[in-house]
Design a protein around this ligand. Structure first.
Ligand code: SF4
Ligand code: SF4
Length: 343
């Protein structure tokens, strides 16, 4: 049985924590200098300040630069409606939340195009997810520092480093495939027949039927049209069950991990009941714990879960979040067995 090392830093020393974990893990020594290195982070939703603070991203960028790598802060567009759904507004929101180049000392890049429509396909040995649709720009990034905010999640029970890889680096088509069992549809009551979606669809899948737009069979589920409609008439069914979402996330995380060198940090600070996509500030459910970091994403997730499971289980008694950890280990993403090293 393999055992991974998980480094932990208490909340009161979180400021030095990122650099300490990156150094102690020996991560940078495994990488070739001068290459681009992605720092994956969630910039936070409008109205929600519980996201990872820019100074932590800066610490990762400084450490990467010290090892002669080229850091770039990476993110993708969101699936749901809001400011993060489209790249230009998403980057504006990021800057409002303090993720300016001057603050984080690295450029910001949305990897899946303006509307989340730019993807590349990774074939997988999985019946559930035969093909993963990852953000197109990820093809140029082999090294990733995965900075995840560990907190509750109403679909999966919790969200940390695995969700940050899976949902966080999928293109819109991938996010849609994880959350929904169907393609988008158009609410004929709301459709004003403006034609914007008809003109936009790269697959010519939208046509008029009895004077309103309708999505046809040639829709590939790219999700690009979700950002187009000013009437909010194009919708998706968020109908995938919790366990299906978890299982699909594992396949997507596996697709991201494949062939890449990553390190994973779970920030157990501002631990809220819901994810950073929520448009409001929620109160933390427990005092800050600190940081966990590891070269092994499953061990990193397990360490944070072990610390916070009682409270999160109380919040979501109807969910089975351990399924994510069990399946991730079984699918070879890492090990649930770890040795904790306090820094
Ligand atoms: S963009 Fe919206 S309102 Fe315009 S045709 Fe499409 S669905 Fe109808
Ligand atoms: S109708 Fe389908 S293929 Fe066309 S933009 Fe929308 S999701 Fe993409």
């Amino acid at each position: 049985m393999s055992t991974a090392v998980v480094y932990s830093v208490p909340a009161e020393r979180a400021r030095e924590g990122v650099g300490a974990i990156l150094e102690a893990s020996g991560y940078f020594k495994r990488l070739r200098p001068k290459k681009r290195i992605g720092i994956k982070v969630h910039f936070g939703e409008h109205g929600n300040d519980n996201h990872i603070r820019p100074e932590f991203v800066r610490a990762a960028a400084v450490a990467a630069s010290y090892y002669n790598l080229q850091p770039v802060v990476i993110e993708t567009t969101a699936l749901y409606r809001g400011r993060r759904q489209e790249a230009t507004e998403h980057l504006k929101l990021a800057r409002e939340h303090g993720f300016t180049m001057a603050n984080v000392l690295a450029p910001l890049e949305i990897l899946d195009g303006r509307r989340g429509e730019k993807s590349y396909d990774v074939p997988l040995d999985s019946e559930l997810v035969p093909v993963a649709h990852l953000a197109h720009g990820l093809r140029r990034i082999r090294y990733i520092i995965n900075l995840a905010h560990f907190k509750g999640h109403f679909v999966a029970g919790f969200g940390g480093v695995i969700k940050n890889l899976a949902m966080g680096l999928a293109a819109k088509a991938g996010k849609l495939a994880m959350h929904s069992t169907s393609k988008p549809s158009i609410d004929s009551e709301k459709c004003a027949s403006c034609g914007d979606c008809v003109d936009y669809c790269p697959n010519h899948a939208i046509n008029y039927v009895q004077y309103v737009a309708k999505i046809g069979r040639s829709c590939t589920g790219c999700g690009g049209c979700l950002t187009i409609c000013k009437q909010n008439a194009i919708r998706i069914n968020w109908d995938a069950a919790s366990e299906t979402v978890q299982l699909k996330m594992i396949e997507y995380a596996g697709a991201v991990l494949s062939g890449r060198e990553l390190i994973h940090l779970n920030f157990c600070l501002n631990i809220t009941p819901n994810c950073d996509c929520y448009p409001q500030n929620e109160k933390p459910i427990v005092p800050d714990v600190g940081l966990f970091g590891s070269l092994d994403p499953v061990a990193c997730e397990q360490a944070a879960w072990d610390r916070l499971a009682p409270k999160l289980k109380e919040l979501y008694p109807h969910l089975r979040p351990e399924l994510l950890l069990e399946t991730a280990a079984r699918r070879g993403l890492g090990t649930r067995h770890y040795r904790l090293v306090q820094l």
